[in-house]
Design a protein around this ligand. Structure first.
Ligand code: HEM
Length: 363
């Protein structure tokens, strides 16, 4: 198919095969009165627009039209399910932003609030005068988006760590020996110990690599560009494939195998050469701003878990190991589905250390 035929086919495809042509037509006819529609033959602007599709970069024009038109198509129409989902998602996002903010304000009023990013931002606005509606919206959005961006993402490598430690108790034992040697058993590992725990570092890096949290990272170009001979037009969507980077056998031999030693150099030090943190947190201007916070949080969690817990694969009532296939939740973030494993405190001393953790909430 070529020329106009392919253009109309393209239009229909974009609207979804289920969209009724006559309904679409009357809808478009109804909206011809609006000023912001692009020109087309009277009464049939949509098909008229089809005639105006440029030969090159048709997708850009289609996107522009979709932005203009789709808002006029009612959510009840076939093919518009995404509009209904968007309304549900919009409400969920607003709740996520507003409810914690309201709680913080309530706790501030009652004088029982703990300091946090939200309280600091609120305090700063109050110090400069009043907290107006725009300030409130900004604080809700800022704190809410960090919460959304940092929750599942931080959880994902932790789950990989738990899965792998339960499957490879030998690796966990190696980490525990390292911690006992460097930290002892009377306290939990802390950030000052990090550089002295190379094997733990390798395990964490392998958890990042084995399952990159965001396997595909979308960006958009802001101007025409040429990269290694490839022409990239302005506004092109570029999908950065972190998954492929994590599976490059030239960089990571046997990429599907969980092998922390791959990050150890010959002298036993951790090599930064192929550190997966160089790609799992994204790239350039949009690189994850929470990466240092996330990496520190995850390190502290895995170090504390390894210091105090033993993990094994779960067994059934007959004592047989329960073999499970690891599955991932479908979504933007690659997160493991729940899995069974057997977790126990290593000793009485570990139990004391764990219960002592709850007492360190001052900050
Ligand atoms: C293991 C944990 C995390 C991973 C793997 C991760 C990964 C990513 C990736 C791949 C992006 C997109 C970067 C790009 O477009 O090039 C991103 C964006 C972002 N991340 Fe993270 N992230 C993690 C934790 C966090 C945490 C804890 C926070 C905040 C507390 C956070 C806040 C954000 C924000 C605000 C953005 C959007 C930045 C922008 O669009 O300019 N992330 N993250």
């Amino acid at each position: 198919m070529s020329g106009l035929g392919s253009q109309i086919f393209f239009i229909l495809k974009c609207l979804g095969a289920t969209l009724c042509i006559s309904a679409l037509y009357s809808l478009c006819a109804a909206v011809t009165r609006r000023k912001d529609l692009p020109p087309g033959p009277k009464g049939a602007p949509f098909f008229g627009n089809g005639l105006q599709l440029p030969k090159l970069d048709q997708h850009l024009k289609m996107t522009e039209w979709a932005r203009q038109y789709v808002r006029y198509i009612p959510a009840w129409m076939p093919g518009m399910d995404f509009k209904r989902s968007a309304a549900i998602a919009r409400k969920a996002i607003r709740d996520m932003e507003e409810i914690p903010y309201r709680n913080v304000m309530q706790e501030m009023a009652n004088g029982i609030v703990k300091p946090s990013m939200a309280t600091r931002l609120i305090d700063r606005c109050l110090k400069d005068g009043v907290l107006n509606a725009q300030d409130q919206r900004d604080i809700e959005g800022t704190v809410g988006s960090l919460y959304a961006a940092g929750t599942d993402t931080t959880m994902a490598p932790l789950l990989v760590f738990m899965l792998m430690m339960s499957r490879h108790p030998d690796m966990l034992e190696k980490i525990q020996d390292e911690i006992t040697r460097v930290v002892g058993q009377s306290r939990l590992p802390d950030f000052e110990d990090r550089a002295s725990l190379p094997y733990l570092e390798c395990v964490l890096r392998e958890a990042y690599r084995w399952c990159p949290v965001a396997p595909i990272i979308p960006h958009q170009s802001m101007e025409d560009d040429v990269y290694r001979g490839y022409y990239i037009p302005n506004k092109a969507v570029i999908l950065l494939n972190a998954w492929a980077m994590s599976r490059d056998p030239e960089v990571y031999p046997e990429p599907d195998v969980f092998k922390p030693e791959r990050f150890l150099s010959q002298n036993g030090a951790v090599s930064d050469l192929h550190d997966p943190r160089k790609f799992v947190f994204g790239f350039g201007r949009r690189i994850c701003p929470g990466r240092y916070f996330a990496d520190a949080t995850i390190w502290l969690a895995v170090a504390s878990i390894a210091a105090t817990m033993d993990m094994r694969q779960a067994v059934d009532s007959q004592g047989e190991t329960i073999t499970q296939i690891s599955r991932f939740v479908s979504g933007i973030v690659m997160e493991l589905e729940p899995f069974l494993c057997d977790i126990r405190p290593r000793s009485e001393k570990s139990l004391q250390l764990i219960s002592g953790m709850g007492n360190t909430t001052e900050y």
